[in-house]
Design a protein around this ligand. Structure first.
Ligand code: SF4
Length: 363
């Protein structure tokens, strides 16, 4: 998969860095390269009819000025939480899902930022280990960016796996909607890396997940990395409650289980489509013809719109029951749902974030 990049901008402080060299080497012949003294000028909204879309094609290599490691932004006392930690190595994404929260989250700095000082994040991870001896953590790189979208030109997965494969207390999650697994297959993660895919039925992929790999290609890539020594997980998130949703999601599960036996799946997550009113406005403005953005929704206490609770629970239960019939209890959790919803889907109260996080890290 290749993505269109219009410009490569390198901040002076990142000149000569490994990442800038790799990107300039891979893209420099076909993409204009420029240098700026302060990248914050280059990441601002552009005078374009679709500033966010233009930002996705403007790649800025810069230093990150704030910590790389943080708690998952979805964590909240209102929800059952999975104890996920995120490592911010980039911001924005060359793909363009109509429901993506980045449309609101990075509206003020839409350029596609990649951080040249990424190796400083390794020190933060070691510090985390020192602060909590004996604990295991699951850390993902796919929160403000897709983990693998640019990996063929950044090679970052190699740096990350080199680091993590000697850290028994860490499980690194690459989360993606691509099939960019070439670099992963060149290195043995020694059990310390999970690759997870967001899976959606073809109808959602075609209408809403622009420039992503097809669901079939994602499943095939998952099978390949599993055979290459990685653990795999799947996110049915966002699940969209359109008229044939239950039938389509169950067909997708059949397709998944025919490629990957349930016992080889490290975890599953499910979550409903959820949007703040501001995100919904932005999404509908950018994708006025997407039928997945017009469902009936209710506003929750967290200020987000979701499908009605009964509809969400019915969809979650249908998938959960199908996975239970596969004969293996796969660790599963709901994202940004309350303990009550969790109990209605799984029949038990959710574990604490620390316990669930550890369970998911250890697989
Ligand atoms: S792949 Fe993920 S990060 Fe990229 S546009 Fe889609 S939802 Fe957003």
């Amino acid at each position: 998969m290749t993505f269109e990049i219009d410009a490569l901008v390198i901040e002076d402080a990142s000149r000569g860095s490994a990442l800038a060299e790799r990107l300039a080497g891979a893209l420099g012949a076909s993409v204009p390269v420029s240098f700026v003294s302060d990248a914050r000028e280059a990441v601002r909204p552009m005078a374009a009819p679709d500033s966010l879309g233009a930002g996705k094609r403007r790649l800025v290599v810069m230093k990150r000025r704030t910590p790389f490691l943080m708690a998952c932004p979805a964590a909240s006392a209102k929800f059952a939480c999975c104890g996920y930690l995120v490592l911010i190595l980039a911001s924005n994404c060359p793909m363009d899902c109509s429901y993506c929260f980045l449309q609101e989250y990075v509206a003020d700095n839409p350029a596609f930022q990649i951080y040249s000082n990424f190796s400083e994040s390794f020190g933060e991870l070691d510090q985390l280990a020192r602060s909590a001896p004996g604990r295991h953590f699951r850390v993902g790189t796919g929160e403000l960016a897709d983990s693998l979208a640019m990996d063929s030109v950044t090679g970052l997965s190699g740096d990350l796996i080199e680091f993590v494969r000697t850290r028994q207390h860490l499980t690194l999650e690459f989360k993606t909607k691509t099939d960019e697994i070439g670099n992963l297959l060149k290195i043995d993660p020694r059990g310390r890396a999970i690759v997870s895919w967001t899976l959606s039925p073809d109808a959602v992929w075609k209408s809403s997940e622009h420039r992503t790999a097809s669901p079939s290609a994602r499943i095939a890539a998952a099978r390949a990395v599993l055979d290459g020594g990685y653990r795999v997980g799947f996110h049915f998130d966002p699940m969209i409650a359109y008229p044939d949703a239950q039938r389509d999601y169950l067909r997708l599960v059949e397709q998944l289980l025919s490629a990957i036996p349930a016992g080889r799946i490290s975890f599953l997550s499910m979550g409903a489509l959820r949007m703040t009113p501001g995100l919904r406005r932005a999404a509908r403005r950018r994708f006025p013809n997407d039928p997945m953005l017009v469902g009936e929704e209710v506003l929750g206490p967290d200020g987000r719109l979701r499908a009605f609770g009964a509809l969400r629970v019915r969809l979650y239960r249908a998938l959960q029951e199908r996975f239970e019939r596969a004969g293996t209890r796969i660790p599963a959790y709901l994202c940004m749902e309350s303990s009550v919803v969790h109990q209605r889907v799984f029949g038990v109260a959710p574990a604490s974030a620390a316990i669930l996080g550890e369970r998911l890290a250890l697989g």
